[in-house]
Design a protein around this ligand. Sequence first.
Ligand code: EPU
Length: 417
Amino acid sequence: MDKIQINGGKRLRGEVTISGAKNAALPLIASSILVNGKSRFTNVPKLMDIASIQMLLEDLGASCNFENNTLTVDGSGINKIEAEYELVRKMRASILVLGPLVARFGHAKVSMPGGCAIGARPVNMHLSGLEALGAEISMDHGYIEAKADQLIGNEIYFDIPTVTGTENLMMAAVLAKGSSVLRNAAREPEIVCLANALIQMGAKISGAGTAIISIEGVEKLHPAQINVIPDRIEAGTFMVAAAATRGDVLIKGCIPDHIGGIINKLKATGATLDIGENQIRVQGGDIIKSIDIKTQPYPGFPTDMQAQFMAMMTIAKGNSMIHEAIFENRFIHANELLRMGADISISNGNYAMVRGIDRLQAAPVMASDLRASASLVIAGLIAQGTTVISRVYHMDRGYEGIEKKFSSLGADIQRIQ
Ligand code: EPU
């Protein structure tokens, strides 16, 4: 299995271009199920998770072609409504096929995604939302089955904002009869990207990006060409790496409006940010100031950036309190950072007190999930000595060519067997 080896201590300098967003591409690709024709997606990142959803769609009968970051999906051949365990277990986001399958074919069977390292991650709100649209839901031997000859528009209230839940219900409601309103909907840029794509396909949606999304069902959708938005979490990861190494990096091809929470916190650490239309220059300060963080749904500070900021706070001046308020077990990286000499104590499961020290020491560490792996890369970049990170397949699920991008910025980083 591949590992990443980093000789720490280099300041990052140069320019890096951000790839398309994994979490925007996945629902877009699932939306091609709604269309009897060929959808075309550009700026799709080359990642394991993208390969997983492509494999899942092919298993359903769609024809896909991925070349030069462009994915075409022809949904006209779909002849199967069952997303099998062997495919779903590779990636929880496979649940995104549930809404579109039941909307177009009136019937879907999707293996129930289990929990993952960061939490139990139930899908109860996806299911109650589909029930509100008139689907009959049952559970059978680990599979969720949803049936409805015709979905009927309705009011759906989410107890808490759910990103893939909002996406699933939006994709279901666009082909429902009549109007639907999603309340307390997630407001992430990925939701807006999906809504814009569905609108291009002929759907009638308003309010995406706010907590209330209104949808007027249409009879059918038509194929469209959709560009995937830049990955705000990849941009944030490079911004933190630049500041943590006290470097000077121009992050190109990002949308600063999508990363307000990250920009705000990074400025508070003492980094200098120069924000342009589609780019951000980050210059790290000599002294990294400690900051407190609480993760929240968008536009609050993203849980997907918590681990990277924690790595940086290990060498800040002072104490930082990090409160993970979205997932119940998203501090696994803290134990690996401890092995590198960090001073972190965790209380009540989701509060971490990080007391800044002068320098981390390199150590062999293990990635437990996607963003934890990014945190360990940042830790390796600032540590003294050679860090080897194992289980980097987690990283390959969500960061396109990350070691190449870091080495182009002057990091001493390589992939080893
Ligand atoms: N939740 C429920 N019931 C549900 C759905 C969610 O209780 O039916 C809870 C979750 O357990 C969690 C909270 O609601 O406590 C929010 O979870 P959400 O549903 O928003 O998460 P998700 O849609 O499963 C997406 C991203 C995650 C990201 C979260 C939060 C995708 C494919 N995944 O997950 O991305 O952390 O939103 O922003 O969009 C990552 O990229 O590393 C990643 C984990």
